[in-house]
Design a binder for this molecule. Sequence first.
Ligand code: SAH
Ligand code: SF4
Ligand code: F3S
Length: 472
Amino acid sequence: MYNLETGVKDHDESRQGEALILEANREKNNGRKLYIESYGCAMNFSDSEIVASIMTNMGFETTSDYKEADVIFINTCSIRENAEVRVRNRLKEFGAVKNKRPGMMVGVLGCMAERLKSKFLEEEKLVDLVIGPDAYRDLPGLIDQVDDGNRAVNVLLSREETYADISPVRLNSNGITAFISIMRGCDNMCSFCVVPFTRGRERSRDAHSIVNEAIDLYAQGYKEVTLLGQNVDSYKWESVDKLERVNFASLLELVANIGPDLRVRFSTSHPKDITDEVLYTMAKYDNICKYIHLPVQSGSSRVLDIMNRTYDREWYMERVQSIRRIMPDCAISTDVIIGFCTETEEEHAETLSMMEYVKYDFAYMFMYSERPGTLAAKRFTDDIPEEVKKRRFNEVISLQQKHSHERLLEQLGQTQRILIENFSKKSKLDYSGRNDKNATVVFPVDARYQPGEYVDVLIERCTPATLIGRII
Ligand code: SAH
Ligand code: SF4
Ligand code: F3S
């Protein structure tokens, strides 16, 4: 039974009082339209589904057209400067619409809201509401404040909040794949990173609520879940009586056991914490995808040290060896930061040689962007000239493009089990899905099979980024 006011599972005795508030809230908001746009990592997209749940339970309807919205929410990211620039530009576009529709409410959610707090209201006059990632339960109160003509802020971080009891409203869903947040925050304090400041302390969500969410999705016909956390390997939960203890390996196992045709993915693995136990669990279950996102950041032990990553080059290579030993065919992807403070040419070359060593299937590559308030901003100077950063960045990109292509070429001639997720973006005559290794596979539509079904696809060709085949 859900408390419709907040989307929270309802256990207490005050249901009648709450029902009255709910009724008032629903009446007030009846038919009001919410538009919500998300930036940044998957956790932010997942949070938007929590927000949508809270808002629909308050009486709002969601819309995909911001021009007809009564409330516009923008769920923001602070990870690099350009992520913030994009949001500022988008706010200008919203401002233009708001000028024509004065009653419209604009709310800033997520990491930028948390980083800038009430400064946001000073800097962006069109913003009515600023709300940090741990404060979404307070939305009904904050919306009331704005309706009463005030501007509202809540950026309190929490040590406990996991929204475990809120059933997300799936936004832009294909009904086939879904994200499940298993933890929030991060305790790692990598020196370049703003996340510990915008998301607060690490906390793991109740294992039962995670498994139940996956079971619900499976019952609704979903075929793939991705378990999300900044560092999934440090997932740790125990029941109040301490009789049940669940770590990431055991959580993976619990989710994998829900059904053999429910595929399980997860992200992100931290090289310092990923254990052989996790790798053996992956190897044991066919439905746990053989794909690990293992951000290296740099190939140089000295740079890793000042990044405060707490592993070195050798440790990372040993983890890769373990992956290859336990799952010879496992795909590995990474994140790389180029041009971190004081990075020398030799150290940059070590990043390239690490890439040669692992030959990543895929990589997200970023030029270092100094973030206010981080350890690196306090301790070091962002001293690599822009043109040097760009040149090193281009070297990393072209090497990765070569590796990604080679990794795809290795798969030609294989028959792979693909979950059909959608029609191809380019042509309605083709289906698109992903293989175990998270590579996109495109193949001609066969009327016998629908999105949401698994098919065996013979991989015949590839472009630099996509496999192409046919159902057999
Ligand atoms: N929790 C994950 C990373 C989350 S942030 C992990 O520890 O691996 C995603 C990626 O953004 C990081 O892996 C890093 O490569 C990049 N990133 C974070 N801060 C950055 C910064 N200040 N400049 C450039 N890239 C950054
Ligand atoms: Fe940021 Fe490091 Fe935490 Fe990842 S592990 S979110 S990079 S502080
Ligand atoms: Fe961005 Fe926040 Fe995610 S800073 S990457 S949205 S945790």
